[in-house]
Write a protein that binds this ligand. Sequence first.
Ligand code: GDP
Length: 695
Amino acid sequence: MPKKRVFQLAKEMGLQSQALIAALDRLGVKDMTPASAIDEDTAKTLQELLAEQVAKLKATEAAEAAAAAKAAEAAAKPAAATEAPARRGRPAQKPAEAPAAPAPEAAATPTAGSPAEKREKEAEPERVLPRRASYFDQEMLRLERQLGLLAQEVDKETRPEIERTSIRDVVTRPEGERTTSGVENPPVVTVLGHVDHGKTTLLDFIRKTNVTGGEEGGITQHIGASEVEHNGKSIVFLDTPGHEAFTQLRARGAQVTDIAVLVVAANDGVMPQTIEALNHAKVAKVPIIVAINKIDLPDSDPEVVKRQLLEHGLVPEEWGGDTIFVNVSAVRGDGVNDLLDMILLVAEMREIWADPEGDFTGFVIEAQLDTSRGPLTTILTRNGTLKIGDILICGSAYGKVRQIRDWLGRSLKEIGPGRPVEVVAFNEVPEPGALVERVKNVKDARRMAETRSDEVAIIDRQRMARRRVEGAYAELTDGQHKVLRAVIKADVWGSAEALRDAILRLAAGSEELEVNVIHLGVGDVTESDISLAQATEATVIAFRVGVAQAAKQMAADEHVQIRSYEIIYDALEHIRLELEGMLSSIYREDKIGRAQVVQVFRARGFGAVAGCRIMEGKLQSGARVVVTRGRDIVYKGTLDSLKHFDRDVQTLDAPNECGVGVRNWDNWQSNDMIEASIVTEIRPTLRPAEADTRA
Ligand code: GDP
């Protein structure tokens, strides 16, 4: 059956690939990348489903907007100043018109029976029931929001350069159809994997054998990135940055990498850092190519690696999945050409392009202070063309470009998009991941830099602390769905998995909750865990493990929560309570009694008091009351004063007579009916999770 790649489908549907991936994820189709293949039938169903949901959502929104407009119109009528709140999405009940014009039915004494029942329905008081949108509705909302944000981003791009004093969050290449002046751009590749599995050796081999212009002797400097040529096309490799650096660049908003190569040594198999790397790449939603390394060794077994990775959701193409696996030997060079072929293939599907004639943007890959040359900055150019003499601004750093060198140390006069270069330009050392932009002159640059140095501090702090301040545990994604994201570290795999499963079971008890375990690992909490948690706004759960000192410091700086537990029961109870705290209350309403107004008295300081006969049940001070006149609701609110003869009382049963007063309303008339009810807040609870015996 013919297959379609996710990015193609997204394009057809007018969505960003990532938005479609998010939607697929919600539908239970996990771990998709833009390059993932879906068969055409599924693609068609999906298109229909999404179109239907978007239409439904739009219709609901339109209906709600119309209802709200009608309600607003009704409320604007001067005589309608009474308190008659309508339920959400429902037009306001007919408000109390002039009191002198009672409805004809008002004269009839209502008795308990069918008319009263009817009234009861109409008089249904406002209730604060949580409106539960379906999973899909929420996803669509999110998609729309995402699209909206992208639109804003584009909007910012088109504004004149000088207006951009504030810092943009995301560094993107141009999206969508390539413009006429647009050119294909080399993919940016990061090599990740467990220590000693051969990342450095692989990169070195690739560099030595594929340098542009055959200048293999020229690799003398390390600027944090390199550019190689394969089959006439360029590929940019970032120096193995370590997983946390990879995620930190992302956390600062820079989607740096187009493709992640996950190196796994065939003689060693999947190790903790392999999984960590995999999770970092998944979080970044970067396509993964697996390089099974060291196949030259006699004890290597690539099949074992494939089976191990299968458990982590990477299914090889030959087994029906869409993860590309390549067997390589980084020392001998076996398979390296295949690997580069695959990188170019995945890149081709991502349609990476930029416009050399467009606005210049780039971001910082690495920066350091050189004693003789001043701040040296490696920039990955993203769009436009950078020239000697340009004025750049990056965060609060700025300056004129005095020197441009490629990764082989060759001096350049100008450089197009998609290339790593080292520049001498800035007055201070910029931060990795920061956006670099071009401005017209030094004066503007200085002015912007000054504004920015304050902004940088504020924005950085805000971004890091975002939302975590309020509910450390909960993140309200769209006001309805509550997500707990967790990075779980434990002493042994058994307890890590047991803890994860128990937390998932806890959350399964409520439709409202979603638990997303970003990373599951064994061993002490490290800086890598913290950066992962920080980038995904997750909480770190440390079970019977320590927290490295540096990780503690980083967690404090980045406002990442670490919860440490020694006993599984404690962990689960605590998490259960936290999850319960995230749930919305449900409100139950119980009718407690009915009374009829017999006579209306004017009382000093209290407007009017209704002399009533309690017909059924009881009245209670503080109860919710709905007053009806014939078929109309004339008042909804709280019973503020209840008197028996001259005494204030809390409750009074039928068939007593009493005086009833409410604040802010005194339009009582004889024969008005009062329905009283009590609203009780019910806090949802989750069933305690049974502690797994494995832990
Ligand atoms: P890194 O920590 O992932 O960067 O790993 P390195 O590149 O430093 O490699 C660790 C060790 O494995 C070194 O001693 C390399 O020589 C060795 N190594 C790397 N790739 C291969 C390979 O394909 N075959 C063999 N036999 N050894 C390799």
